[in-house]
Design a protein around this ligand. Sequence first.
Ligand SMILES: Cc1cc2nc3c(=O)[nH]c(=O)nc-3n(C[C@H](O)[C@H](O)[C@H](O)COP(=O)(O)OP(=O)(O)OC[C@H]3O[C@@H](n4cnc5c(N)ncnc54)[C@H](O)[C@@H]3O)c2cc1C
Length: 172
Amino acid sequence: MLSGVEKLGLQPFRRTAAIVDVERPLRPGTPMVAAADDTYYFRREGEQVLISPSETVPSGPEDARPRPGDVEELVVRLNSITSLGIRSVAKAWTGLRTEAADGVPVVGFDAEAPGFYWLAGQGGYGFQTSSAIAELAAAEILGSGTVGTAPGISPASRTPRELAAARWSIRR
Ligand SMILES: Cc1cc2nc3c(=O)[nH]c(=O)nc-3n(C[C@H](O)[C@H](O)[C@H](O)COP(=O)(O)OP(=O)(O)OC[C@H]3O[C@@H](n4cnc5c(N)ncnc54)[C@H](O)[C@@H]3O)c2cc1C
């Protein structure tokens, strides 16, 4: 690492999603549907539907792209177990959801490198948590102290050795 700080062992995991055209669009207010065994989810996206195979596959750092067959297999499956009637895939993409071993976001000053601030490892929750975490980070970096530090998320209490000993606990 160019910064010289000790690595925390953050691990990226692949996750694919697609927007599909359907014969029977979901009504407004239809809740998101997620498989109990975590093998897919889908939710309304206007007249279209967002689908995902919910994969959590370890990856190196890369410009991730959908693997051939992943979305197509999910379309076949959803068409066999729902009445959506998926006709075509409008777009599909894959991203990396990066996590620390304990699954908790890494936010705060490094335990040993003065002035180095971590804001990483948000896993599958980065959109929804970004505004609150950014507020926390800004308050800590500026030293304004208007936001309390959330217990457990600071790297100062999670050294590389402690994280290496932690089990990979999040698989969503
Ligand atoms: C399919 C999918 C569905 C998701 N659904 C949700 C959801 O419903 N709700 C939710 O809250 N979160 C969701 N997430 C998670 C969310 O996308 C992440 O938590 C969030 O994007 C993390 O933000 P980030 O800025 O830390 O990292 P990223 O968004 O990954 O941004 C990192 C950036 O750094 C760049 N980069 C990497 N390495 C280098 C380098 N060496 N040099 C220069 N640039 C580099 C990358 O290109 C990228 O632009 C989903 C993720 C995926 C993949």
